[in-house]
Design a protein around this ligand. Structure first.
Ligand SMILES: NC(=O)c1ccc[n+]([C@@H]2O[C@H](COP(=O)([O-])OP(=O)(O)OC[C@H]3O[C@@H](n4cnc5c(N)ncnc54)[C@H](OP(=O)(O)O)[C@@H]3O)[C@@H](O)[C@H]2O)c1
Length: 238
């Protein structure tokens, strides 16, 4: 039986993906800050879920908590980082930016590093990060969110290069959603919003295929292409 941890499994994409993994016979460690939601999910199939309350911003603790969870499950094949936050920040309130950076940069890095080192020790494993299309260009409404997602994209690529160089069976997948119908999808003019179910199914397929970079839903590849080729003077006017 394969073993996975989903960080940020209390709601949204992470919760649906955890369910999908369990439906496909994984043992799944679920984490997040809202313990009652973890307990609720566990009641659906108590023998398949293992819970650990974890605030990713407490970077000094996350490695130890993930280690405990892994021991309780009896090993680890796959770790998915779905935890994340971000807010529109018209006034550039630093506290909002700081919360985003602490979660999406500091918290993300501590967990990604722990997972990579764990997989290096056992010479195999699969790390999946949910970044965002928002990481491809700047965003006037949510600067820290977009910058933190750019960080995640580069960090995941760095770990992938490292895995390739060491010839280990470590796979790194960068999932880049456009809009998915969760609490996180904020702002006006949302379009091509994928359901949580559709997003989780596409992510699950990408994990099975050990894909490197995936856009969710697939049509967001087109926006990614536009983001890459649009000249600055045009992008600044959108
Ligand atoms: N929805 C979209 O349109 C969209 C688009 C692009 C990328 N994404 C990315 O997809 C990922 C999942 O988001 P979602 O859409 O599923 O939103 P969501 O429903 O708000 O889920 C966010 C998850 O992150 C966890 N989390 C937040 N802060 C945390 C912390 N300090 N420590 C531990 N867990 C924390 C939350 O759990 P607790 O609150 O219980 O801690 C929750 O389980 C995020 O990284 C997001 O940036 C989403």
């Amino acid at each position: 039986m394969k073993k996975a941890i989903v960080v940020g499994a209390t709601s949204g994409i992470g919760q649906r993906l955890a369910r999908l993994l369990v439906e496909n016979n994984y043992k799944v460690g679920i984490t997040g800050r809202r313990t009652y939601l973890l307990e609720q999910l566990k009641t659906e199939k108590p023998e398949s879920y293992f819970i650990k309350t974890l605030d990713s911003k407490q970077t000094a603790l996350s490695g130890q908590l993930l280690q405990e969870l892994t021991q309780e499950m009896g090993g680890l094949d796959l770790l998915v980082i779905s935890s994340g936050t971000g807010d529109l920040n018209e006034k550039l309130d630093f506290e909002i930016e700081k919360d985003t950076l602490d979660t999406n940069v500091g918290g993300f890095t501590a967990i990604a590093d722990w997972a990579f080192n764990y997989f290096r020790e056992q010479k195999q494993g699969h790390l999946v990060g949910i970044s965002s299309i928002a990481g491809l260009r700047g965003n006037r409404q949510a600067p820290a969110y977009s910058a933190s997602k750019a960080f995640q994209i580069n960090y995941l690529e760095s770990l992938r290069i490292r895995a390739v160089k060491t010839s280990l069976h470590i796979f790194i997948t960068d999932i880049r959603p456009g809009f998915v119908d969760t609490e996180m999808a904020k702002g006006e003019g949302l379009f091509w919003v994928a359901s949580v179910d559709k997003a989780a199914r596409q992510i699950y397929k990408a994990i099975q295929a050990k894909r490197k970079i995936v856009y969710i839903s697939k049509r967001w590849r087109f926006i990614a292409f536009l983001f890459k080729v649009l000249p600055n003077w045009m992008f600044e006017r959108i």
